[in-house]
Design a binder for this molecule. Structure first.
Ligand code: LRH
Ligand code: MN
Ligand code: MN
Length: 430
């Protein structure tokens, strides 16, 4: 039987050290917001109700295509990964769900569910994997999967996705994310139209296997592993997929999957407007699909994405419930610390976006007052919302300072003794 790893007493005693300071910071921010007509309690309650899912593959140390340097206490499999995810949730109270990757996390669904239940965790979208070959598979994905020229290879990839749905149903997931690396490295290597047609045909088969209350998310990525062309390369293609498949199909936006300088927040707005935004893989990047910690490179862009989400929430867009998930690879940090920090950064962007004075912003836009419109965003972004984030954690039983509490718990040291030193990291080298 799984048990929670961080003692409640430790969280309480660490919180006691900073409780008075937290209260005074929270009260001061409350007074300041009140002067601008904002009720801090409304913001805190919204932040406390905002959750982001942790990727199972993110709790192991990641790597590059050159090397992987495992840390102490690397998870040996999905059950260790769930234990690590529970630590993140215990301290942040922002990550009650885990997103699984099959076959990396393949195990008896009953045991998966029991282990997660005991830790108080649930499951977000399932992720299929047809971008690498599993040990026992008959047909290779070297030249593609759902868009492969060979029907038998496509069928194998379709069956794998249906298996992911079946596992997901057994553990309480409600969505399947499909990302394929299919593409080509040379002009002429593949026929753009035919490979997209084959991809759509395969996805239609998977779509047919979706339970009524499930959604399917297609995830686009400009390049890598294919370096000349990629079958699902941008949001335009992604929108066509969702539109072609039907009402249960939506687009997933991974923040690292775009050309440099792409206006991602505008893509988010378009997908919302045309009712096809399915969810996110949050991370940050400088050059490509770097999978760096959310908010670590361009926190303003993260804020601008949330500005669109809050705008939609405010306008009461019907059936608007995008899935919020993290997709990162931690190569030089303790993955648990990175995920704690990322969950907080994502909540921070949400809290800041909630502070935008939308009425004033709308008026500045209508007046063509570019400077003041931009200033309304900056004003919200500049607000230090940390006391709100800490308060949301504290009230839900988490830590005022989750990283300090995590370090104090010596959890890494403890699991380093229990789990043998291994070469295993996240899921493969990602
Ligand atoms: C592809 C990707 C996709 C995979 C994950 C491991 O780059 O973003 O979401 O499932 O990485
Ligand atoms: Mn992703
Ligand atoms: Mn990626």
């Amino acid at each position: 039987m799984a048990e929670l790893q961080i003692s409640g007493d430790l969280i309480a005693s660490e919180n006691d050290k900073v409780r008075t300071a937290q209260k005074s910071d929270y009260d001061a921010l409350g007074a300041r917001l009140d002067r601008h007509g904002v009720d801090i309690e409304t913001i805190t309650n919204k932040v406390a109700a905002f959750f982001v899912a942790v990727p199972s593959w993110g709790v192991g140390t990641g790597g590059t295509r050159f090397a992987l340097f495992p840390g102490h206490g690397e998870p040996r499999g999905i059950f260790d990964k769930l234990d690590d995810c529970a630590v993140i949730q215990q301290l942040t109270r922002a990550t009650p769900n885990v997103s699984l990757h099959i076959p990396w996390d393949k195990a008896d669904p009953k045991q998966l569910k029991a282990h997660a239940d005991a830790l108080g965790l649930g499951f977000d979208a399932m992720n299929s994997n047809t971008f690498s070959d599993a040990a026992d598979q008959k047909h290779s994905y070297k030249y593609g999967s759902l868009s492969h020229v060979d029907q038998a290879t496509r069928s194998q990839a379709i069956d794998h996705n249906i298996e992911c749905i079946d596992i997901g149903v057994a553990i309480g997931s409600k969505a399947l994310t499909v990302w394929v690396g299919d593409g080509s490295n040379f002009p002429g290597q593949s026929n753009f139209a035919k490979s997209f047609e084959r991809y759509l045909g395969s996805m239609a088969e998977i779509y047919k296997a979706l339970p009524d209350d499930w959604r399917i998310f297609s995830e686009h990525k400009m390049y890598e592993p294919a370096f000349y062309s990629t079958v699902v390369q941008d949001w335009g293609t992604n929108y066509l997929i969702a539109q072609t498949l039907g009402p249960k199909a939506f687009c997933l936006v991974d923040l690292g999957h775009h050309a440099a300088n792409t206006n991602i927040e505008m893509i988010v707005s378009r997908l919302i407007q045309f009712k096809k935004l399915g969810g996110f893989h949050f991370n940050d990047s400088k050059y490509g699909d770097d999978d760096l910690d959310a908010g670590s490179i361009d926190p303003y862009r993260l804020f601008l994405v949330f500005n669109e989400l809050v705008d939609a929430e405010d306008r009461g867009v019907p059936d608007f419930h995008p899935a919020h998930m993290i997709d990162q690879s931690h190569n030089v940090t303790d993955p648990i610390e990175s995920l704690i920090s990322s969950a907080n950064e994502i909540r921070r962007a949400y809290a800041q976006a909630l502070l935008v004075d939308r009425k004033a912003l709308g008026a500045f836009q209508d007046d063509n007052d570019a400077l003041m419109a931009s200033d309304s965003l900056k004003r919200a972004y500049r607000t230090d919302v940390e006391p709100i984030l800490a308060e949301a954690r504290l009230r839900a039983g988490g830590a005022i300072d989750p990283i300090a509490t995590y370090r104090k718990s010596q959890y890494r040291l403890k699991i380093g003794k229990e789990r043998p030193a291994s070469l295993a990291g996240g899921g493969g080298i990602i």
